[in-house]
Design a protein around this ligand. Structure first.
Ligand code: ATP
Ligand code: MG
Length: 390
């Protein structure tokens, strides 16, 4: 048995058997040190530690142990301290966590629990705790950021959904407009076909019969009649061509074409008309020009058809940087109240609807101002579309 390491076999233990058993079961090295500095008891881990440190003897070395022992004598409170145990040529330091045992009849003893002063376990735990705290704070920040991002994503999704809905609505509207325009074009073609068949076609068939008769029995009166018929055919063809494409527009340009249109309309209807231009004239795209021309045509036709008693009409075309505004104003009876309702619009003719659709396709708008007895104003606004070359 090592002389320096106290055991119950070497000298009478300062502890009871139960206390010793309890200390033997503790995993950390535990020493009971007497006031003299000698070890009175060492549990199994302490014995192992001490014999490993120095198989011959335990040294409680240097200042640390002296200070510790001094304090152990001086106090009854728990005594932390440091002892150095010789190991080879050096010494290893241990923290002592302990307290003074005061038993009657024996010297005061100090119970020490030894823990390596540089306990990597503790250091690890401490740095681990710091790291964990940092990670938790990081995670907290991340969670908050995530929450914000999720909210932003929800907002974006809601925006996207409403944009998609609006877009779908706009596409449905555009499809409906295109479908109506297509139907209108079809109807126009059928009308033209009928016109050609019933007018020019009939007359040509009749003319052929006459020519045939003329071959057999020449007659100057018949030739005269036939010449008149040829004039009628060409007039009817001109009418058809005018329906198809406002040729004057291409030949004369918008201003002159409109001037001609209003003059002709006034001559035929007997209603006074005034045509005004304002603003700096800017070149317009062919689509805008055709739309304006057709709008004036339809508005004037409507005056003749629906605005009995009209004495004066004014057509104004106003150029501005943002676009052009067309106003066709009559002093007739105004639109019947029911003509302003949506239901009536759906049931009535195609004229006003066609105007609105033509304008919609070009990003424009149509406003109809009317009051009973106060006349009607058709107001069309069209944005200026740059003319692309080529
Ligand atoms: N200048 C106007 N004065 C009074 N009422 C008008 C005038 N223009 C249009 N209206 C009214 O608005 C209705 C719709 O006109 P719209 O041009 O759409 O159809 P329409 O002229 O009856 O038929 P369509 O143009 O297809 O030949 C007309 O039926 C008429 O009651
Ligand atoms: Mg009409």
């Amino acid at each position: 048995m090592d002389q320096g390491v106290a055991t119950t076999a070497a000298r009478p233990s300062p502890l009871t058997v139960e206390a010793e058993r309890a200390l033997e079961a503790v995993g950390d090295p535990i020493l009971i040190v007497a006031r003299s500095g000698s070890v009175a008891y060492a549990n199994a881990p302490a014995r192992q530690l001490l014999t490993q440190e120095d198989s011959a003897r335990l040294h409680i070395a240097g200042k640390a142990s002296t200070a510790f022992l001094t304090r152990a004598r001086a106090t009854r409170t728990p005594v932390p301290g440091v002892i150095a145990l010789k190991r080879g040529t050096g010494a290893r330091r241990y923290r002592c966590h302990g307290c003074r045992l005061n038993r009657e009849s024996i010297d005061p003893l100090v119970l020490l629990r030894l823990l390596p002063a540089r306990d990597t376990r503790f250091n690890l735990l401490a740095s681990e705790a710091v790291r964990l705290r940092r990670e938790l704070a990081e995670r907290e920040r991340y969670q908050q950021r995530l929450q914000t991002l999720l909210c932003e994503r929800d907002l974006l999704l809601a925006n996207l959904r409403s944009t998609a809905q609006a877009r779908a609505r706009a596409e449905r509207d555009r499809d409906a407009v295109l479908a109506r325009l297509y139907r209108a074009h079809q109807a126009e073609r059928e009308c033209l076909a009928r016109e050609l068949h019933d007018e020019a076609g009939q007359q040509l068939a009749w003319l052929k019969l006459r020519l045939d008769r003329l071959r057999r029995a020449p007659s100057p009166t018949e030739v005269e009649a036939m010449l008149k018929q040829v004039d009628a055919i060409s007039a009817s063809l001109r009418q058809v061509v005018r329906e198809l494409r406002p040729g004057t527009l291409t030949e004369l340009g918008l201003t002159l074409a409109l001037g001609g249109l209003v003059r002709e309309w006034s001559d035929q209807s007997g209603i006074a008309i005034e045509f005004q231009l304002s603003g700096t004239r800017t070149p317009l795209t062919p689509e805008i020009e055709v739309t304006i021309f057709r709008l004036v045509q339809e508005a004037l036709t409507n005056v003749v058809k629906h605005a009995q008693g009209t004495r004066h009409v004014s057509v104004t075309l106003q150029y501005a940087e943002a676009g052009v505004t067309l106003a066709v104003e009559d002093d007739g009876p105004g639109l019947a109240a029911e003509a302003m309702t949506e239901e009536h619009r759906a049931e009535s003719g195609f004229g006003l609807t066609g105007m609105r659709e033509r304008l919609t396709l070009l990003g424009g708008t149509l406003v109809i101002e009317s009051s009973p007895g106060g006349g009607t104003t058709i107001l069309a606004r069209l944005p200026m579309t740059p003319i692309t070359g080529g």
